[in-house]
Design a protein around this ligand. Structure first.
Ligand code: SAM
Length: 201
C-alpha cells in the first residue's frame, strides 16, 4: 500500500497523460505524507531522482533511496532556491537558461488548510497553484511536464490560459480517485515550450 490515497490519483493521471518516465528528475510540491513520492519513485526507477517539498516533515523512505525531501514553505523564495539547488541547477542559471532547467516533471498537489469558507480556500488554492507554476518555469527543462491541482472557481480559466502559453498542450482532468472531492481539477501541461535559442546567444 501507499502512504496516502492520493497516490492513486497520480497513478490515474500518469496512466492518462504519461508524465513519469524511467530516469526522470521529478519535483513534487506539497508532498506529505508521501504517496505521490512513492508512485514517482516507482516510475522513475533507480536512475531517477525524486525531490519532495512540504511544510510538514516527510518521513524517510526505507525502500526508496532516490527520494530526497525538503521541509519548507513553497511561497518563500528561500525554499524555492533550495529546491532549485537540490535539483542540480543554480538559481541564476535556471532564470537565464533558454533551454530551461534541470527537471523533467514538476508535480503539485498543494492544498491550503481548509477554513471551511469555500471562496477563501479556493483563492488560497489558486495562489498555491500559481506558486507551483512559477517554480515549474524556473525548474523545468524544455519539453518537461507539469501537473497541478487547483480548486474550481472564478479565476481558474485565466490560470489555464497562462498555462496554455507555456506548454504544447494542457489537459484538465478530475481523476476517478478524487471525484468525491469534486471541486478539484488537475491541470496537466505537457511539453514545456522554451524560447528558441538564437545564433549568438
Ligand atoms: N500528494 C500528497 C501525497 O500523495 O501524500 C498529498 C498532499 S496534501 C493533499 C497537500 C499538502 O500541501 C499538505 O501536506 C500541505 O502541508 C502542503 N502544503 C500546503 N501549502 C504548502 C506550502 N505553502 N508549501 C509547501 N507545502 C504546502
Amino acid at each position: 500500500g501507499y502512504r496516502s490515497r492520493a497516490a492513486y490519483k497520480l497513478k490515474q493521471l500518469d496512466d492518462l497523460e504519461n508524465v513519469l518516465s524511467r530516469g526522470d528528475t521529478v519535483v513534487d510540491l506539497g508532498a506529505a505524507p508521501g504517496g505521490w513520492l512513492e508512485v514517482a519513485a516507482e516510475e522513475v526507477g533507480s536512475e531517477g531522482t525524486v525531490i519532495g517539498v512540504d511544510l510538514q516533515r516527510i518521513k524517510e523512505f526505507d525502500d526508496h533511496d532516490t527520494v530526497e525531501t525538503i521541509r519548507g514553505d513553497m511561497t518563500a523564495d528561500r525554499t524555492r532556491d533550495r529546491v532549485v539547488e537540490t535539483a542540480g541547477g543554480t538559481v541564476a542559471d535556471a532564470e537565464s537558461a533558454s533551454e530551461g532547467g534541470p527537471v523533467d516533471v514538476v508535480l503539485s498537489d498543494m492544498a491550503p488548510n481548509m477554513s471551511g469558507e469555500y471562496s477563501l480556500d479556493q483563492a488560497r488554492s489558486l495562489h498555491l497553484a500559481r506558486q507551483a507554476f512559477e517554480t515549474a518555469l524556473e525548474l523545468l527543462a524544455a519539453d518537461g511536464d507539469f501537473v497541478v491541482k487547483v480548486f474550481d472557481g472564478p479565476d481558474v480559466e485565466e490560470f489555464r490560459a497562462d498555462l496554455d502559453e507555456e506548454f504544447q498542450y494542457v489537459r484538465a482532468t478530475s481523476p476517478e480517485a478524487s471525484r468525491k472531492e469534486s471541486s478539484e481539477t488537475y491541470f496537466v501541461g505537457k511539453g514545456r515550450l522554451t524560447a528558441p535559442v538564437r545564433p549568438g546567444d
